[in-house]
Design a protein around this ligand. Structure first.
Ligand code: SF4
Length: 569
């Protein structure tokens, strides 16, 4: 196991730390043995620019420079490695310069794509927000982000148009109510997904919140995991409402026949390019041991994860090479120094029943009310109104979901319907059409530097069109619109997954469009770990043809469906 002293950025920043192991290794030996750049094998020499930036200085250290230098001297004073690298460790990405079309995404230099504004990602672990926290985000959105606010499919809220000069003030506002942007982006443990109905659901096996809080307290923002090969995504839930199949590590509620409620451990999931579902290690983890096991798996990723190529640096590639049996063995022998208890697989919950939209009774007799903003897009004033409506309904707790939705918890029965109506007046529907409910979209070309096509506005128009054209269609169908192959809105696990790219229209002109993936889904039962949507060879649609195309697919499905058949079957 790699020790803190032997890790590259530990010695880079800490004058008292032991010298790096690489100091005594001759350069020809490094080249001969560099392999995948795994620290556990002594390969500490950075093999690409990203690894060099992380070795030169820990990403967490950029905060001091933002507060003491960049916020005073402005955008142009920002060091390039900080601007396009380390600032992510504090949730800041430069956003795309307006007016650059998708055809130029791959050919322009980063500085030509960069706007002088930032996206700021607010980390909302477990999707848990108090009214004060929601109001603080609303204030930041309204006062410093031109009103923007997008709920992501990882329970975060992203703000745009952020000026570097305002960042210290924004942190003061957010941190004043217990929110943070620490490690919201970057090669670090990202936000921890958690059930939005943890502690209130009648169906949950156990409440994972204490584990989320413990991991946050002990490991987020610590130097122990501030230089991972790439991002590390976590999900912990006593239900199955946090896409556990698609995270680097997931703890899924399960009842052990002898030991009772605990978690089933899944490792190595990830979508993007080369998608892979997480693998069960067959281990049952009690709640109190989740942080230790989480740190063990994060440690394996840090020490054995591949660092040579960015596109092979996610944990899923190590899992693909090792397999779950070897992974568990390394975890037990090298990291935990003890065996784990074997455990059963959790019973399957269909993905379309995981989003919590609608009115549901809690175990205390109150209700939670889940509603669907359009493709996750809200704004500062709307967030403030949601807080007011929740308060008027007797609630103090708001939740975000992994499906770009929001919930208000703890609503007494007699205040439910007035709340439902008040939310509808804000176009936040508690009983939305299947199209509104099951359509997601990533950020797309409006702000994302990797995007090839526009997504949010298009997806919103598609919802309107389908609601008009197919008013009686009631089968849940997931439509996920992505601006590039990176799958931030889960292309491969949607019934209709759309991957943004330039396509030819019928006049032969290059226009925005999508490669279509059909029939993706998470596991349908215990013997089926799920399947990724089939890329329909040659099937590409232009953005303007999208409503017609989806309408045709759904009408064909309707015409040929059997009673009770879902779209994925
Ligand atoms: Fe950006 Fe691509 Fe992710 Fe969409 S899928 S947010 S375009 S990186």
């Amino acid at each position: 196991m790699t020790t803190a002293e032997s890790r590259p950025n530990a010695s880079a920043q800490d004058p008292g730390a032991a010298p790096r192991r690489t100091a005594s290794v001759k350069s020809h030996q490094i080249h001969r043995h560099r392999g995948e750049g795994q620290w556990a094998k002594g390969h500490f020499t950075p093999l690409n620019g990203n690894e060099q930036v992380k070795k030169d200085d820990d990403g967490l250290n950029v905060r001091a420079r933002i507060e003491n230098i960049y916020a005073h001297r402005g955008f142009d004073s920002i060091d390039g490695a900080d601007l396009r690298g380390r600032m992510r460790w504090w949730g800041l990405y430069t956003q795309r310069r307006p007016g650059i079309d998708g055809g130029r995404t791959a050919v322009l230099e980063p500085e030509e794509l960069d706007d002088k504004y930032f996206m700021l990602r607010v980390r909302i672990d477990g999707g848990r927000l108090t009214l004060a926290q929601l109001r603080a985000i609303a204030t930041v959105s309204t006062d410093y982000a031109r009103g923007t606010a997008d709920i992501t499919d990882r329970q975060n809220i992203q703000l745009h148009w952020i000026r570097i000069e305002d960042v210290p003030t924004i942190w003061k506002i957010l941190e004043g109510v217990g929110l943070s942007t620490t490690e919201a982006c970057g090669d670090v443990p990202r936000v921890i997904l958690g059930s939005p109905v943890a502690g209130v659901s009648k169906d949950e096996i156990l409440d994972g919140t204490p584990a989320i809080e413990a991991i946050n307290e002990r490991f987020i923002g610590s130097r122990e995991f501030s230089n991972l090969p790439r991002k590390f995504k976590t999900a912990i839930s006593g239900l199955q409402d946090v896409v556990h199949e698609a995270n680097d590590i997931s703890f899924v509620g399960v009842v052990h026949p002898e030991h009772g409620p605990g978690f089933d451990l899944w490792v190595g999931g990830g979508l993007s390019t080369n998608p892979q579902f997480a693998k069960r290690l067959g281990a049952w983890i009690p709640l109190a041991e989740v942080p230790e096991v989480w740190a063990g798996v994060a440690g394996i990723f840090r020490d054995y994860g591949y660092r040579r190529l960015r596109n092979r640096a996610r944990l899923k590639f190590l899992m693909a090479d090792w397999g779950p049996a070897r992974f568990r063995e390394v975890l037990e022998t090298e990291y935990l120094k003890r065996g784990l208890i074997d455990g059963p697989a959790p019973a399957f919950v269909p993905p379309t029943e995981r989003d919590h939209v609608g009115v549901h009774e809690q175990k205390d007799g109150n209700f939670y009310v889940g509603f669907a903003p359009r493709v996750g897009r809200v704004d500062g004033p709307t967030l403030a109104k949601i807080a007011d409506l929740a308060e008027a309904a007797g609630s103090e707790r708001i939740r975000t979901t992994a499906d770009q939705k929001m919930l208000i918890l703890d609503v007494p029965r007699d205040r439910v319907e007035p709340l439902v109506e008040a939310l509808a007046a804000l176009d936040l529907q508690v009983r939305p059409s299947v199209f509104r409910r099951h359509t997601m979209a990533c950020t797309g070309i409006e702000f994302c530097k990797l995007a090839i096509v526009e997504t949010k506005a298009l997806a919103s128009d598609v919802i309107d069109e389908l609601e008009k054209r197919l008013p009686d269609f009631d089968t849940p169908v997931t439509v996920n619109v992505n601006g590039c192959p990176n799958s931030c809105a889960r292309i491969q696990t949607a019934d209709i997954g759309l991957k943004g790219q330039l396509v030819r229209n019928k006049d032969g002109e290059q226009v925005e469009g999508f490669q279509v993936h059909l029939g993706g889904h998470f596991g349908s039962d215990l013997d089926d770990e799920g399947s990724f949507g089939r890329k329909v060879r040659g099937l590409k649609v232009t953005a303007s043809e999208l409503p017609d195309y989806i309408e045709r697919v759904l009408k064909n499905f309707q015409a040929g469906r059997h009673e009770g058949e879902s779209f994925a079957q």
